[in-house]
Design a binder for this molecule. Sequence first.
Ligand code: ZN
Length: 159
Amino acid sequence: MKWINHQIVTGFIVYAATDDALFVASSIVGAVIPDRVEGTPPQESRAYWKWRRNHRTWSHYPPLYLALIAAIQFAIAYFQNPQLTLALNLILYALVGALLHIVEDGICGKVPIFTPRRKHGIKLFTVGSWKEYFFAGLIVCGCLFYRFNDLFLASSFKL
Ligand SMILES: [Zn+2]
């Protein structure tokens, strides 16, 4: 999935789940973390293949992000400080954004699940194809319907 679609889809999912603008912003930043930590692919052939071998391994390994999320939730419960809780929640939603990135990569390619080097996934569409944009649009519509379904249902009852 292209970065822009990672950010849009992730932002709408977090918006539907939380209705919180700050958490949405955080998740949008986090939505590109797994690719950003890999750096840009080198131009030179041998360096590129070395980079490519490690592509979508540790950077896209969900247990790492889940462990960090668990540690942050533990810290929030332990310290119970409102300012610290807000800061930690912003980091937490950036990590949620990274996790969603991995799920989104898993539906257009392969990502590691159980071990960092063994990848699994289903290829619903090719990256950059019209199907990707259609799929992203479908998720956005689903999120909007989920968030505003009260309005849809309430107005249909008035008819
Ligand atoms: Zn990725």
